[in-house]
Design a protein around this ligand. Structure first.
Ligand code: UTP
Length: 407
């Protein structure tokens, strides 16, 4: 794309400010900026003011498989899950493309050290959890790691330096997720520097298209991988490729399985698994009507009682069928570093603009069936989102200690 073409594209999108410093750049920098303008989809900005994901359909409860059933059928599920693992049918996929802005560290979130008397990195906790399954099944599943342009180098070199915390190197495959532009509250896309547009990872639903774009579709087919367990980087207690969850999901013949926890209060700020127009979906806490909060199941318990923890199993044959479906972009308010009109770097202390993300929950809604699988919160859910307070380093440390993990 040449300068004139870039100017036309930006004028049409109302983003001419991105060429403000063009004359000050050297030839190489100019070329890089023009390429970035060419590759960026500015239409996402039109999502501002829209209710993320558009108008919602009609909600109905989706019963979860509860602990009593899981415990009574554990042996059957475990055997099925172990068999699938031993046949190489299941892989893990770590979503580590996020920026972790709430934690406030410049490093990838997985590099955060939660140890007290020794180093205990978030990545280490995750891999150690996965290694328990490796030991039980006697096989090493593929571990895909999704990074982003912003944290790829740091993530790869950190894990290499720490010898992948004991995971077999050949089984780990990294790939980068796609990026989307970030803008101010009026929809004007920021410049990160004079020759670079501010972009951020395009949300955790980017994982499947980015995985295929990285060329791993063929390897997945060749190796006969049928199930992928995607999971967030920040839950330091979660079980990954849990054979019981895998077995229960396979046995239920569904397109996707979702680990869920019982809500700790009717208004807890967590997305709840449900049906929307007959398809699996996740209703956000602020979308729950009074009627939904009061609805009861046949046991007399709240019918919308199971919150998602970003640990899902996807059945690839079904996922491939919906791979081409466009997912909506959600507008997320964030702190965005940028340069102002005079070229001065601004590092905001409070959210100053928007990023655009596609979310896994919309992917689930494209599929036709889901098994919500109950896990015990205190044993499997210790997310690290913030430095202090709710879902923080402090709360996660406490939960780890309760589970006998030395820090
Ligand atoms: P969060 O929603 O907590 O976002 O991600 P975040 O970017 O990590 O953190 P904040 O909001 O800036 O503080 C949940 C999971 O999804 C991954 C994250 O790495 C985390 O595992 N994620 C999020 C991606 O992989 N890509 C994205 O674009 C966004």
């Amino acid at each position: 794309m040449n300068y004139n073409e870039a100017k036309l594209k930006l004028e049409a999108a109302g983003q001419e400010q991105l060429l403000n410093f063009y004359e000050e750049l050297d030839e190489k920098e100019q070329e890089t900026l023009l390429r970035q303008i060419d590759e960026t989809d500015f239409s996402v900005v039109s999502q501002i003011g829209e209710q993320g994901g558009g108008k919602r359909g009609s909600f109905a409860p989706l019963a979860a498989m509860q602990r009593d059933e899981i415990v009574s059928r554990e042996k059957e599920f475990r055997e099925l899950g172990i068999k699938a693992l031993q046949e190489g049918k299941a892989a893990a996929l770590l979503l580590a493309g996020g920026m972790g802005t709430r934690l406030g560290s410049d490093n990838p979130k997985g590099m955060y050290d939660i140890g007290e008397t020794k180093h205990v990195y978030i990545f280490q906790r995750i891999i150690e959890n996965l290694l328990e399954v490796v030991k039980e099944a006697g096989t090493v599943p593929r571990l895909f790691i999704m990074t982003s342009e912003s944290n790829h180098e740091a993530t790869v070199s950190f894990l290499k330096e720490h010898k992948y915390f004991g995971y077999e190197e050949e089984k780990i495959l990294f790939f980068r997720q796609a990026m989307a532009p970030a803008c101010d509250k009026n929809g004007k896309v920021f410049l990160e520097s004079k020759g670079r547009i501010a972009v951020s990872p395009n949300g955790n639903a980017g994982w499947f298209t980015s995985l295929l774009r990285a060329g791993y579709g063929e390897l997945i087919d060749k190796e006969g991988i049928e199930w992928i367990n995607i999971f967030a980087v920040d839950n330091v207690l979660q079980r990954i490729l849990d054979p019981v969850f895998l077995g229960a999901t396979i046995q239920a013949k569904v397109s996707t399985g979702s680990k869920v926890v019982r809500k700790n209060a009717p208004d807890e700020k967590v997305g709840v698994m449900c049906l929307e127009d007959g398809r699996p979906s996740i209703v956000e806490y602020y979308e729950l009507s009074k009627e939904m909060m009061e609805a009861r199941d046949e046991k007399g318990e709240s019918a919308y009682n199971y919150g998602v923890i970003l640990n899902y199993l996807f059945h690839l044959p079904e996922l491939k069928k919906i791979a081409g479906n466009a997912l909506p972009y959600h507008v997320v308010e964030k702190k965005i570093k940028h340069i102002d009109g005079s070229g001065t770097l601004i590092e905001p202390e409070t959210p100053n603009g928007f990023k655009f993300e596609q979310l896994v929950l919309d992917m689930i809604h494209e599929l036709d069936s889901c098994l919500p699988f109950e896990v015990i919160r205190e044993k499997e859910f210790a997310p690290i989102k913030n430095l202090k307070g709710v879902d923080s380093v402090d709360t996660a440390k406490e939960l780890l200690k309760l589970n006998g993990i030395e820090l």
